[in-house]
Design a protein around this ligand. Sequence first.
Ligand code: M6R
Length: 614
Amino acid sequence: MCGIVGYVGERSALDVVMGGLRRLEYRGYDSGGVALINDGKITSAKKAGKLVNLDKELQAHPLPLSHTGIGHTRWATHGAPNDRNAHPHLDADGRIAVVHNGIIENFAELRAKLEAAGHEMLSDTDTETVAHLLHDELLHTPDLSDAVRAVCLQLEGAFTLVIADANHPDVVVGARRNSPLVVGRGKGENFLGSDVSAFIDYTRDAIELGQDQVVTITPEDIVVTDFHGNQVETRDYHVDWDVSAAEKGGYDWFMLKEIAEQPQAVADTLLGRYSAEGSLQLDEMRLSDEELREVDKIIVIACGTAMYAGLVAKYAIEHWTRIPCEVELASEFRYRDPIIDRSTLVVAISQSGETMDTLMAVRYAREQHARVLSICNTNGSTIPRESDAVIYTHAGPEVAVASTKGFLSQIVACYLLGLYLAQVRGMKYGDEIARIMTQLEQLPEAIQRMLDEGEHVRELARELSASKSILFLGRHAGYPVALEGALKLKELAYIHAEGFAAGELKHGPIALIEDGLPVFVVVPPKGRDQLRDKVVSNIQEVRARGALTIVLAEDDDEEVAKYADRLIRLPKVPTLFQPLVATVPLQIFACEFAAELGHDVDQPRNLAKSVTVE
Ligand code: M6R
């Protein structure tokens, strides 16, 4: 939700800021804007819509060269997505420029006070109040950072702020509560960004910014304090991927590139976890084996696709560890008074590590004394920082709004967690773990095969692209695959798509079936005969009512082919691992379907990659 950039140094600030915004556009694309300091004045430009509109505006009305600047790409919360509400917002004198990510919950009250004192607001945003509050603060506080701290103490809610002041031409100040902000350390230049991709072209050295902290960057210096001005220790880290990972690399869409990267993402997430001595090692595990032996319940919390990864995980974790495992939407979790205590392990899954619903659920779980382990793809992000332990997925940056390699690598990390728990609790012998690890290590090859056979699925997507509704059915670990297939199609193609547990169909949804309705069915492997036979019956039930069945079944499952109007073959893998291969064609299908309809695959309407508001 909203991408933010700040820069001070020798380069053209406009080039750096616009480059950063392009990389952050996945976070929101309702409007874009920049503000630069030049000759003791702020100059700015902003435009509704994608950054291409801002580019055109800047070509038509170029801004003077500057070496200090800030920028914003917006996912609208307060106020319509138009030019007027686009960031940056300025104070009445045009001296202060502010960009913001998050929601200032007490903005109505603050705005009323400011208006009563004679401030005229030009937008409907919560952000503009910050510019006016800073204006008033700077009347009696000469230092910009002091003024920012004083204003932050008046704000409630979630905010990342980045601020430029015409009277402080070599300074940019950032502040954060709940929403993300990272600092890029350069030589003779420094950067701020919602994530490291904002400045990855220039530096891979970053600093984590903690909760309720203010950072002041100049070309030579980075100073971090709390909201009361006390200097705080920071943690530096080095980003282990480079600029090419954040680019399309010849693909039409980031999503296509990220789908293609899945064998590598799975292999990298498994890499180095299994020692030569034959035991599993999760290096980032900051919970002792003793603590893990005390766990008597697991609750997985996550949103969207990450939550579906949790649904897959439940089958493996319960099977291997015999610990009861619940999976819950993070946005619902803390509102139902869940029964948790010190022996509950809460597993928070989040690709970005910044999803607000998940973060709030993590905080709630810790308040209730549960142990929290996060599974995350973003080093230094808030959720792992606030967890007791973390297993990082090594999928590399995921830019497309629709999560793909994030999903597969989250499932793999959950498997590793399940096996680790089984190991420390003595539920599996070493040779059993070794056998399962070998099966896991074969998965990248099986996933690659699904990619190699993708053209068949793309053809199918083009053939069905006039469909207005598509259903997805699965059972057991195939059920979350059905949910994920439907979510991908909804978010990219904007059509009705629903995933159901195949057995549930006869309890209502079967009424949706009509002549020609495409229905995808994920068939469990043949080894699971009881389960598989039930799904085969479900295929016949929908077919008898006119559905067009698209069946995903194992290579040698000849019987099921009879009931398939279209067949997608899956390599033979254990039932618990089937989601890793069965999801791939559904991702390819949704991507091609949306492209065929002329939609922007990477930036679907109304969405943003990181959902940093509740
Ligand atoms: O960054 P997170 O994994 O926490 O994100 C969770 C969801 O917002 C995300 O998976 C969303 O559902 C995707 N757009 C789905 O493709």
